[in-house]
Design a protein around this ligand. Structure first.
Ligand code: PAF
Length: 282
């Protein structure tokens, strides 16, 4: 496994592989890796000759400075995990390498960013669009792999690829979960054992709500029930729970296409913000 910190050196290495017609699969990450990331690497290995992973905690997608400061970082452990998983190339630049000059470009994703994560985290998706476009230009991969846990992000990046004509196949990889259903996330490192157990309620709520909707309970009642359930919980604070269509991530009063319907949730526990989702036909 080769690790690079500089764009110029990484590009030279990748060019060698591209000239040999090697198919490059890219897994963009912010590090603090867990089995969810490793499943992205494994998926990438199935269809790529060379798997590249970027590790970069991107400051422009954090709207909360405390969240950026507290974001877990553990590069040595990340490199061990990636080496074990059979990753070929790692790019782990410093912030100054990526944002050498001031970057004030804003990307607006229209309706897709007016709800859920976009609404609660102003400018978050502009920052994601900015870094992912940069990574696509630096790596020029054939395919790129993202986790379903960040479902709205997946559709934002799909839009970026379609509208900026990046010649990249995008793949969504299912969420990896702890035994109690808690979605694996780098942020889970900041939870106590008790909080981890309690946070299992997030996935339980998603499953029970999806089942209720499939059994004919109106969406507004399911949402009301979830709001009540979280009000009674001492540790978890619900930020949003919505049933949306994945075309625009806007709340819907009833289901018209189960394949395009997702239940999305964000909740806070002990100052750690967690998100999760379930496609209705899970
Ligand atoms: O999902 C993430 O870890 C980040 O948002 C990404 C896609 C690596 C961009 O910084």
């Amino acid at each position: 496994m080769n690790t690079f910190k500089k764009i110029r050196e990484l590009r030279a290495e990748l060019l060698n592989h591209r000239l040999k017609n090697k198919k490059i699969g890219l897994v963009p990450t912010m590090g603090a890796l867990h089995q969810g990331h490793i499943s992205l690497v494994e998926k990438a290995k199935e269809s790529s000759d060379l798997v590249a992973v970027s590790i970069f905690v991107n400051p422009t997608q954090f709207n909360n400075p405390e969240d950026l400061e507290k974001y877990p970082r553990n590069i040595e452990r990340d490199l061990d995990l990636l080496c074990e998983a059979g990753c070929d190339i790692v790019f782990a630049p410093e912030v100054a390498e990526i944002y050498a000059a001031p970057h004030d470009l804003k990307i607006n994703f229209g309706a897709l960013e007016n709800s859920l994560e976009g609404k609660f985290r102003p400018d978050h998706f502009s920052g994601v669009g900015q870094i992912v476009s940069k990574l696509f230009n630096i790596f020029q991969p054939h395919s790129a792999f993202f986790g379903q846990k960040d479902l709205q992000q997946f559709f934002i990046i799909k839009k970026l690829i379609d509208q900026l004509s990046f010649p990249i196949d995008i793949h969504m990889v299912p969420t990896k979960r702890e035994a109690n259903g808690l979605a694996m996330s780098s942020r889970n490192e900041r939870l106590t054992q008790g909080e981890r157990l309690e946070a299992g309620l997030i996935f339980k709520t998603l499953q029970e709500s999806a089942d209720a909707i499939l059994n004919g309970t109106p969406i507004n009642l399911v949402i009301e029930r979830t709001n009540e359930l979280f009000k009674q919980n001492q540790r978890l604070t619900l930020e949003y729970f919505e049933v949306v269509e994945t075309d625009n991530f806007t709340g819907i009063p009833s289901v018209s296409d189960p394949k395009k319907t997702a239940l999305c949730i964000a909740a806070e526990i002990g100052k750690v913000r967690l998100i999760d989702n379930l496609l209705l036909n899970y």
